[in-house]
Design a protein around this ligand. Sequence first.
Ligand SMILES: C[C@@](CO)(OP(=O)(O)O)[C@H](O)COP(=O)(O)OP(=O)(O)OC[C@H]1O[C@@H](n2ccc(N)nc2=O)[C@H](O)[C@@H]1O
Ligand SMILES: Nc1ncnc2c1ncn2[C@@H]1O[C@H](COP(=O)(O)OP(=O)(O)O)[C@@H](O)[C@H]1O
Length: 288
Amino acid sequence: MTSFSLLAPAKLNLFLHINGRRDDGYHELETLFTFLNYGDQLTFTLSETTEIEITGDTFDIPLQDNLIYKAAVLLQKHTNSSQGAKINLTKILPMGGGVGGGSSDAASTLLALNKLWHCQLSLLELAELGVQLGADVPVFINGKSALAQGIGEKLLDVELPSKWYCVVHPSEHVSTAKIFTHPDLKRDTPKLKGDWQQQTLSNDCEPLVKKLCPEVEKTLQWLLKYAPSKMTGTGSCCFVEFATQKEAQHVLENLPHNWDGFIASSVNISPAHTQLNAIHLSNEVTYK
Ligand SMILES: C[C@@](CO)(OP(=O)(O)O)[C@H](O)COP(=O)(O)OP(=O)(O)OC[C@H]1O[C@@H](n2ccc(N)nc2=O)[C@H](O)[C@@H]1O
Ligand SMILES: Nc1ncnc2c1ncn2[C@@H]1O[C@H](COP(=O)(O)OP(=O)(O)O)[C@@H](O)[C@H]1O
């Protein structure tokens, strides 16, 4: 088989603490990542040339800036691979919404091409490549719900109960770089100790994003009618958590007409990994 499809799942940051700022401008953080059974769809086809071609929903992102393209070229160079690929993207996830779509696309590309090109890199090696593309890429490569530390690349796997989420995407866009360079961002939360309870922990970016983006404030307020609401990453998507699909669906059905949202269940293992492990090529790669 020289063609297969993988999901690039969404992530949610169930909490996000900022502990400090490094000399290179990156922030030390502690955040709890869960994966959703919902995401972009990527199809990878081996090509006879070294070219990396991307088709489908590329919008106005120039090829050289597309994280899928960057991931493919990075792997090609790192492994001196002389193979190429055609990659089709069906974009489902909101861009720049804090659900990690770009990073997840990049991670699924690294995982898929490692398999398609028989590169045999370990997950650790792929994560080391991935972090060059974005702080969020390693968690998608690792593929397990995790408490992340450092800039988001030090991962401690955790088992979380499966939940249903209603995720709402306000129309206002928030730039991650803008939030992280803002003087008013809270950057002094002490590091977690011992026995932490995720439900009581919050997102340090939320107060600033609420101030800068009234739509986020409005969304969080509206969701409060149903359950405690939170923002993911640096926004702008906001979410509420439930035990059942029915409760999440109820919120989605009541969304104001011009609002966008979706529902999805959480999983401890990334759907990209579950799918990848079910694909069998000749000269199989075994993941440790
Ligand atoms: C903060 C998170 C939480 O999941 O938010 P979202 O982007 O998903 O909302 C991520 O770690 C973001 O990851 P990612 O989007 O891959 O970040 P990058 O491309 O590496 O960096 C985007 C911008 O954020 C800043 N940045 C990112 C991560 C970090 N720990 N400290 C930072 O200061 C970088 O300096 C850069 O200006
Ligand atoms: N394949 C891609 N999918 C989404 N965004 C991409 C992609 N390639 C590059 N980008 C750029 O990365 C930015 C952040 O994307 P995304 O990962 O969706 O944000 P977030 O981490 O906030 O969820 C986008 O605004 C877009 O300009």
